[in-house]
Unconditional design. Structure first.
Length: 116
């Protein structure tokens, strides 16, 4: 069983930065892929970024060059560094983990609001 708890969301002005963290209960070594997704009001949940256990990353085109995903297996955390934030980045951000047994887990979400 894996539990994910996000933190670090908040209100920031356009051009600012936030760092989201995802605390993982359970062994990080059983997690194959960690990811961040977001859902804006009235829109479907969308992929933001993923990182594999080997460190291979993937980003949505809309955040490339601005966001950086990372994971620290020793600290049982995943992180999303968000720079040059735009109002269109406003959404609830969710941490996601897929284990080596293909089970998928979600955090409860953290609100990110970017004011113009």
């Amino acid at each position: 069983q894996v539990q994910l708890v996000e933190s670090g969301g908040g209100l920031v002005q356009a051009g600012g930065s936030l760092r989201l963290s995802c605390a993982v209960s359970g062994s990080m070594f059983t997690i194959n892929v960690m990811g961040w997704y977001r859902q804006a009001p009235g829109k479907q949940r969308e992929l933001v970024a993923t990182i594999t256990s080997g460190g291979v990353t993937n980003y949505a085109d809309s955040v490339k060059g601005r966001f950086t995903i990372s994971r620290d297996n020793a600290k049982n955390t995943g992180n999303l560094q968000m720079n040059s934030l735009k109002p269109e980045d406003t959404a609830v951000y969710y941490c996601n983990a897929e284990t080596i047994w293909r089970y998928e887990y979600w955090g409860q979400g953290t609100q990110v609001t970017v004011s113009s």
